[in-house]
Each structure stands twice: as structure tokens, then as C-alpha cells.
Design a protein around this ligand. Structure first.
Ligand SMILES: [Zn+2]
Length: 171
């Protein structure tokens, strides 16, 4: 592994580069404990795993296993999540220095969120409150995020993305 798990100042555990990582290096393949379904819901003893669920674009839910569950959110992330044939990978978005925390943007692959969450990522351009819906993000954030969207998410929501691009072209 090219990273360590360490305690962070604000966010519990986090993942830190153990060596310098170049932009577009593949950092990790996400592993899951199991799928959460109606027949196999989260157990009372697993309630603490609620924040470790990865929602797929087809609506399925999976509990993320260690160590990938410790990739924290940042509004200015240095890595992104990318899928190929339903396998998920964490890829560097920029050069990452040894010792830097590796973060991803949790909000860019979400839609229809029904809760808000106060962000404490500490980024210069922190968005503050998350509403868990990619399409409610500021237009600039949406456009900047397009190259880093999971292709599966982009395909499922292609029509909405097309509308945004058309609007931008007019504007
Ligand atoms: Zn933030």
C-alpha cells in the first residue's frame, strides 16, 4: 500500500501518502464488506457503519471495508473515485506529496440527498453545507468535476449533465 492510516485533527481517521504519488496513479481498489439490501439490512451492531456506505448509481448500497473507508472528504480533493465494470478505484487527481492526506469529494456522486451535513474539511474553498446532490452544487464546481466523475454515474445522469452543458454554452 502506498498510504498509512492515521488519526487526523478533525475527522477521526484519515489516509496519508507514504511516498510521493503522481497525478493519475491508481492508489487503491475499494473493497466492500457486503451489500446492504432489504433482506440483509444494517444490523443494530453495525449502525456505526452508516457513514461508510457507498451508494452505487443503480441504487445498490455497499459497506466499504478498511482501509478504503478512511478516505476522507475534501471540497478540494487530491484524488477521485472511478469505476470500471463495477469495480471502484481511487486515483490521484494531482501530484501528492509524501505525508499529505489523500481525500476525495464525497458529494460528486450523489443525487437526491435528503439530509445536509456541515463540512469541516478545512479547504480554502470549502462549500460549507453539503446537500448530497451533485446537481445542487455551484455550476463552477459541477463543470470542474466533470472530468473526475465516475463514468457510470455520468452515464446514468447523462441527460441532466447534457442540460447543464447546454445552459453553460448559452450563458
Ligand atoms: Zn469542505
Amino acid at each position: 500500500m502506498r498510504f498509512n492510516i492515521k488519526k487526523t485533527d478533525l475527522k477521526g481517521m484519515g489516509i496519508y501518502a507514504k511516498e510521493s504519488i503522481s497525478a493519475y496513479d491508481v492508489i487503491s481498489k475499494i473493497r466492500y464488506i457486503r451489500e446492504v439490501t432489504r433482506d440483509t439490512p444494517l444490523l443494530e451492531s453495525e449502525k456505526h457503519l452508516q457513514d461508510h456506505i457507498h451508494y452505487w448509481p443503480d441504487g445498490r448500497m455497499f459497506i466499504v471495508d478498511e482501509p478504503d473507508t478512511y478516505f476522507n472528504h475534501s471540497c478540494e480533493p487530491n484524488a477521485y473515485i472511478y469505476s470500471a465494470n463495477k469495480e471502484y478505484y481511487i486515483i490521484a487527481k494531482a501530484d501528492i506529496k509524501s505525508g499529505d492526506e489523500i481525500t476525495v469529494d464525497y458529494e460528486i456522486h450523489t443525487t437526491g440527498g435528503d439530509s445536509s451535513w456541515e463540512c469541516k474539511c478545512g479547504a480554502r474553498n470549502c462549500r460549507g453545507l453539503h446537500r448530497w446532490d451533485f446537481f445542487l452544487l455551484p455550476p463552477k464546481v459541477i463543470l470542474n468535476s466533470l472530468p473526475f466523475l465516475d463514468p457510470w454515474f455520468a452515464q446514468v445522469h447523462g441527460e441532466k449533465i447534457r442540460e447543464i452543458l447546454k445552459q453553460e454554452l448559452k450563458g
